[in-house]
Design a binder for this molecule. Structure first.
Ligand code: ZN
Ligand code: MN
Length: 479
């Protein structure tokens, strides 16, 4: 039989602050082991932790983006447990009064906007890192004391596929906010998933927590595995054990790690070394100074206001610099559909050919604007425009300069076109006669001849106008 699936997430995000959460050590990843430690983050007696203002500002930016209720005062608690990567034997975290209360996260799935309730968001410090060699283990405390934000969702996700999509979009949101490096490989964006199966949608089953999910894809695979494992147990009338399991990426299975600890195991109590402080207006002001652009609102805007296809809209959300450029060009008065088509199509394609993205080539806003103006004025043919975009990605200069250098500029001046039109009429007297006797196709033929004569260099609209005038003169004069 099949069961109702309830999935919730705990997402840990490293904040990209200059210093650690409670001391002045640099928050730096991947340096020499234990290069950034001090008596405070080593928990030596007599030291006092001081909360990092920058971390609080960044946490408030996440809180705002999730529409969580901001706590009035900042209160920290000690979460007590022993593990070698934790020099103090407790973690400073928030338990009774998290800095962020209830909120929601909106994401796009299966062609619609969906929401998941956020239970809370709290600030805490990270632990160090254990490195296991063959017969010894080492500990690196550089990461001990890093500022972390933990976001806890309600168990409202219904499938592994939807969970993966939601996490990807959450990750994108953190990147947009620019509050974290958010790299999963380096552990600055980590998530644990909890899953339970039940017979009806209203009750939850026994909760299993899965850790060690260091890629989006693993989240989905681990949850699929758990659904299968728990379904089998339930079908046989066996209980599902409340426990924490680890994803084993080599075997593609989850493995029991420990029975789930209860909250009271941590002996939480208020951190006595940090006084309760109210969050001041200037901290809140600093957090709100930055205008937040959220990927989900951008997506909805692109789909509903700009009427872009889902595929193109997704490109402008996932690759933020393309989206930013799209908006800038549209705001300068260019036509949105044309801009979208060229940016997501040829420009993006050409950039991938030369192996770069919009950020690191000298394609400036001014150059792209000039390119679209050339198109609008029909000063370049569609085929040449593609070559022009490519030349621009190779850093060959501004569009007008490239056109000049390559000789791709279309001829628009009256005198040159007229001279060629006269020549075409002179060499085709029989066609002129046919036009006189009412042939409609004659002018088209002459137009073809004119384009051949100019080797396709005449701007078509302009060429047609002038040719028609020359033909009119000749057919009228001889009447
Ligand atoms: Zn320190
Ligand atoms: Mn945590």
């Amino acid at each position: 039989m099949s069961y109702c699936v309830h999935i919730g997430l705990e997402i840990h995000v490293h904040l990209n602050t200059n210093t650690k959460m409670f001391c002045g050590c640099r928050a730096q990843f991947g340096e020499e082991a234990n290069a950034y430690i001090c008596p405070v983050c080593m928990g030596l007696p007599g030291t006092l932790p001081v909360p990092n203002k920058e971390a609080i500002v960044k946490a408030i930016q996440i809180i705002d983006s999730l529409q969580c209720k901001l706590a009035e005062t900042l209160v920290f608690d000690r979460k007590n447990y022993f593990y070698p990567d934790m020099p103090k034997n407790y973690q400073i975290s928030q338990y009774r009064q998290p800095v962020g209360g209830e909120g929601k996260f909106s994401y796009y799935y299966a062609g619609e906007l969906r929401h998941i309730a956020i239970r809370e968001l709290h600030l805490e410090e990270d632990a160090g890192k254990l490195v296991h060699a063959e017969s010894e283990s080492y500990v690196d405390y550089n990461r001990a004391g890093y500022p972390l934000v933990e976001i806890v969702t309600q168990p409202e996700l219904r499938s592994p596929e939807e969970t993966e999509a939601m996490i990807r979009q959450f990750h994108k949101t953190i990147q947009y906010l620019d509050v974290s490096d958010a790299t999963m490989e380096e552990g600055s964006f980590r998530c644990d998933a909890n899953i339970s199966l039940s017979k009806d949608a209203k009750t939850l089953g026994a909760k299993v927590e899965i850790k060690n999910l260091n890629s989006f894809h693993f989240v989905k695979k681990a949850l699929l595995f758990e659904i299968e494992r728990q379904t089998e147990l339930l079908n046989e009338g066996m209980p599902v054990k409340l426990e924490t399991r680890l994803w084993n990426a080599n075997k593609d299975i989850t493995e029991g790690m420990r029975s789930k600890e209860e909250v009271h195991d941590y002996r939480y109590f208020q951190e006595p070394d940090i006084p309760e402080v109210s969050i001041s207006q200037d901290v809140i002001k600093a957090a709100k100074e930055k205008k937040l652009v959220l990927p989900v609102s951008r997506l909805v805007d692109l789909l509903e206001q700009y009427r872009l296809s889902e595929q193109v809209a997704m490109i402008f959300v996932d690759e933020k610099e393309f989206g930013d450029m799209f908006y800038r060009l549209c705001e300068s008065g260019l036509e949105a559909q044309a801009v979208a088509q060229w940016l997501a199509g040829d420009l993006r394609g050409s950039l991938s050919v030369v192996g770069s993205t919009l950020g690191d080539v000298p394609i400036r806003f001014e150059d792209l604007k000039e390119f679209f103006e050339l198109l609008q004025e029909e000063l370049i043919s569609g085929r040449k425009a593609k070559q022009l975009i490519h030349a621009m990605t190779e850093g060959k200069g501004s569009p007008r300069n490239i056109l000049k250098a390559e000789g791709w500029t279309l001829i628009t001046d009256e005198v040159s076109i007229k001279t060629m039109a006269e020549e075409v009429c002179d060499t085709n007297p029989t066609i002129i006669e046919q036009i006189k006797s009412g042939s409609a196709k004659g002018v088209d033929f002459l137009m073809g001849a004119l384009m051949r004569l100019s080797k396709g260099q005449i701007q078509p609209q302009r060429g047609k106008e002038i040719l028609q005038r020359v033909v009119d003169e000749r057919t009228e004069n001889s009447r």
